[in-house]
Design a protein around this ligand. Structure first.
Ligand code: SF4
Length: 197
């Protein structure tokens, strides 16, 4: 759950480093996050960027779990999917992507994370005409069986593709999706750059 908060606007590598640091200092349980001084937490979160905001959000989530769930997030994560999502979304600083990341990766619940990377790859390839979060999520969830492992793997593959090839300035010439990608094919025609296997 902490990872879902920390990953906003940064790389997963930075998040892992920071989670390791929190673990090493024994500051990963809700009680310890509530107990640590705000400025001390900010210093630990500094490598993740937006560290003041993230420290506030992490503390808010931790104190919610302490107050409402006696520090055990499982009863929240095991609620009906819609109910759990609504509850997470009601917390300060938790948007759709964060709530869904918590449900999928912390709760192992079948909720697809329709992050920006997914929108970019889906719209460029022509899989979907819309980049709206809800539409992408509905499309995936209505196309696949509700299996968290499949959603997590699809998400990881899309993120990998987006970070390797489908960057803001895409590297279409070497991308494995180019033979069927609407954007890649249009680019090939325009620029005459052949697909490189
Ligand atoms: S071919 Fe280009 S636009 Fe299409 S998915 Fe690959 S990198 Fe992205």
């Amino acid at each position: 759950m902490a990872g879902a908060i920390l990953t906003q606007q940064t790389t997963w590598e930075k998040v892992e480093e920071t989670l390791d640091e929190l673990r090493e200092r024994n500051v990963l349980s809700p009680q310890s996050i509530v107990g640590i001084d705000q400025s001390a937490l900010e210093q630990i979160l500094r490598p993740c960027g937006f560290f003041r905001q993230k420290a506030r959000r992490l503390k808010a989530l931790a104190s919610y779990l302490v107050d409402r769930y006696d520090s055990d997030p499982r009863p929240l994560l095991e609620k009906g999917l819609d109910e759990a999502r609504e509850e997470l979304l009601s917390l300060k600083g938790v948007g759709e992507e964060t709530a869904d990341s918590i449900l999928l990766f912390a709760g192992n619940r079948p909720k697809f994370v329709a992050a920006t990377y997914v929108a970019r790859v889906f719209t460029r390839t022509g899989v979907l005409g819309s980049s709206r979060y809800g539409e992408i999520q509905r499309f995936v969830e209505s196309s696949l069986a509700p299996d968290p492992a499949v959603y997590a793997k699809l998400y990881a593959k899309i993120v990998e593709l987006a970070k390797t090839y489908c960057l803001r300035r895409p590297r279409c010439a070497a991308c494995p999706l180019r033979p069927t990608c609407a954007y890649g094919l249009a680019n090939e025609e325009k620029e005459g750059v052949p697909y490189q296997r």
